[in-house]
Design a protein around this ligand. Structure first.
Ligand code: MSP
Length: 646
């Protein structure tokens, strides 16, 4: 039998200085998605998270609250554990830096580096940012503020132990150069290379002015610098010094997933500690972006933090996890607002995915008494759906391996959209009207194929939305155990046994009423009943006649000018067949006039003309939008302007 491959993934360990917010939840959810995915692929996974409990900042916060530091952090750590349970996080261990097992690792590593001569005593004189627990030189600070968090730094002068980092500078640069995958995404690697080339200084690794830390093993009165202590958790968590077999199984770590603000600690200090301790370096440090608010960062002091527990209680764990993983694109920041979250949930979960599932289940019940038929009478369009399924799963897998959760979901949504379109193209309701054998055979194939697409989608979505397969299984009895899925089964077409039962239930992702008040302002209201939801569902549809009333046309952009005193608006002159039209469009932030001239776009030609800033706008052009991103729909090729779009 082939031996299982091992996979070790970590999150940063969180400061229990306060309860965590939705931004913190991102890292843990993302790492959980990877851990689940790797387990489904058959890896022997170890997923570690925990809390970073020492340091001046936490000691101060506890004292400000008039509490004993230990009692204070115990309370917050309890809340953090509850949050991870609610988010269905499958960590294999939870490490607290105040545990004796960790104290031992830190002291061993500190002693080891001291013994080999890379830790020495001197006097530290410089600046310290307590919120970041980071040392800065005079040259690095800006106007008395921390260059990372822009909060005031404090002048420090104390006798300390120093870590001879500077002598490792060239070795570290060489490692980064020879292992391009070590720091990802590339943007972060470039930042770090520049930082290191700017010159590394020896690091102060002990403090004497407070007590809340791990004592330096060879001198009383000194506690180990909190980042030295914290980074070492990655070794403690896999049994460093106590369980050699476990340690050898999982070290070096496959990926440390961290936020962009702490990439420096993980790609400069941490590898040098490991080099000095003669241990292999982790294979990768991945620095993801931040979840921001319109007004900037989320912070307790601004009073604008978003509590993930309230969102989970309101929208459900799958929806919150989905939102987080979709919103942050590869290494970049994402923007949170409850409105944007709700519109994503309504469009992508309720409409696209929810409708695919409920339409298929309803048709299986209506046309085949809830028994999945055997797929007879296959056609080319079926082969295309099958091909799209295998492409979507392969692409999802590729993106998950790069830790691009958002693109992984986009790949799966291509299959969701293809399957929805397949319903429209095969029009099962028309096939159902014919009694002849061929139509009946076609109808059977269509329902079977849709069911297969749903089975595949629910497996591939399991790492993102862990309760989805369980809930889908209540309607389609796909899996013997929906909690133990195998990624290989998503790669194969045809695993659903004809004859299995379908049981249509309430919509898996009910639409959220956008008129509802945001969570922080409201009291929890009763959920509508299943029947009410279905009625609500019906009223959302438009008929084909409604759709036919909209006159979409291909239009060619002839000229574009900027609207004066309106930085979002452009005035477009369009050629639509023989006719010329003027359209005012709010796309100036995404396009320069030059970029648009000559493009073929889609115009809603019979929209009632309206005056915008004094200009009569005769229609509207279509564009996709997502948060701040915007892209005008264009046609490639030589489609004549004036052609109808349907
Ligand atoms: N204790 C250190 C980490 C030590 S790891 C050896 C720490 N803790 S933290 O609680 O301040 O932050 C933990 C993680 O949360 C960091 O990766 C940070 O980037 C992340 N986030 C904090 N706010 C965030 C957002 N708004 N969005 C996304 N991630 C955010 O740093």
């Amino acid at each position: 039998m082939k031996e299982k491959q091992n996979y070790y993934i970590t999150t940063p360990i969180y400061y229990p200085s306060d309860n965590l917010h939705i931004g913190h939840a991102y890292t843990t959810v993302a790492a959980d998605c990877t851990a689940r995915f790797k387990r489904m692929q058959g890896y022997n996974v170890y997923y570690l998270t925990g809390t970073d409990e020492h340091g001046q900042k936490i000691e101060r916060v506890a004292h400000e609250k008039g509490m004993d530091t230990r009692a204070y952090v115990d309370g917050i750590v309890k809340n953090i554990r509850v949050l991870w349970e609610k988010l269905l996080i499958t960590n294999d261990d939870f490490i607290r830096t105040t545990e004796p097992r960790h104290r031992k690792t830190v002291q061993d590593i500190f002693q080891k580096i001291y013994d080999q001569g890379d830790i020495y005593k001197s006097v530290y004189e410089g600046w310290y940012c307590t919120p970041c627990e980071a040392f800065w030189t005079e040259r690095q600070i800006n106007d008395g503020q921390c260059p990372d968090c822009q909060r005031p730094v404090e002048l420090m002068k104390e006798e300390s132990y120093f870590f001879a980092m500077s002598k490792y500078q060239d070795r570290l640069l060489k490692h980064i150069e020879e292992h391009p995958e070590f720091i990802q995404p590339e943007l972060r690697r470039n930042e770090m290379v520049n930082f290191i080339k700017g010159g590394l200084e020896d690091l102060c690794v002990s403090r004497t002015t407070f007590k809340w830390g791990i004592p330096v093993p060879f001198e009383e009165g000194h506690v180990v610098y909190v980042w030295f202590d914290a980074l070492t958790n990655y070794l403690t968590g896999i049994g460093y010094g106590v369980d050699q077999a476990k340690f050898d199984t999982f070290w070096p770590c496959d990926v440390h997933l961290v936020g962009k603000d702490i990439v420096r600690f993980h790609t400069v200090i941490w590898p040098i500690i490991l080099m000095a301790a003669e241990l292999p370096l982790p294979k990768q440090v991945f620095g993801h972006g931040w979840l921001m608010l319109e007004g900037g960062k989320m912070s307790k002091s601004k009073g604008n933090v978003v509590d993930p527990i309230i969102l989970i209680d309101k929208y459900g764990v799958d929806a919150v996890r989905y939102y987080l993983l979709k919103e942050l694109t590869y290494g970049m920041d994402g923007y949170y607002s409850e409105e944007m979250m709700v519109s994503r949930l309504n469009a992508e979960l309720a409409n696209d995915l929810g409708n695919l599932i409920s339409r298929t289940a309803a048709m299986a019940e209506r046309y085949f008494d809830g028994i999945i038929p055997a797929p007879v009478q296959m056609e080319d369009i079926d082969a295309d759906l099958k091909k799209k399924a295998s492409e979507a799963v392969a692409e999802c897998e590729r993106q998950l391996d790069r830790l691009d959760y958002s693109l992984a979901l986009t790949a799966l949504w291509r299959l969701v959209s293809r399957a929805n379109k397949y319903i429209d193209e095969t029009a099962p309701w028309i096939l159902a009207k014919s009694e002849d054998e061929i139509s009946r055979g076609r109808l059977a194939a269509v329902i079977y194929n849709l069911t297969e697409a749903i089975r595949i989608i629910s497996i591939a979505l399991a790492p993102f939305m862990p309760t989805l397969p369980v809930r889908i299984n209540q309607q389609f009895a796909f899996f013997t155990d929906p909690r133990q899925l195998n990624w290989d089964d998503a790669r194969q077409w045809g695993l659903t046994a004809p004859g299995s039962r379908v049981n249509k239930k309430d919509s898996l992702f009910p639409r959220v009423d956008t008129r509802e008040k945001p969570v922080d302002q409201e009291k929890k209201e009763e959920q509508p009943s299943g029947k009410a939801l279905e009625e609500q569902d019906e009223s959302r549809y438009i008929t084909i006649e409604d759709f036919a009333r909209i006159d979409f046309r291909v239009a060619q952009v002839k000229a574009v000018e900027k609207m004066k005193k309106a930085d979002k608006l452009l005035i477009l002159t369009l050629q639509v067949g023989d006719e010329e039209r003027t359209v005012v469009s709010g796309i100036a932030k995404a396009y320069t006039p030059e970029e648009l001239v000559g493009k073929k776009v889609v115009l809603v030609a019979n929209l009632k003309p309206t005056k915008l800033r004094g200009v009569m706008s005769q229609g509207m052009i279509l564009a996709a939008s997502e948060g701040d991103r915007l892209e005008v729909l264009t046609l490639s090729g030589d489609f004549p302007s004036g052609s109808q779009v349907r």
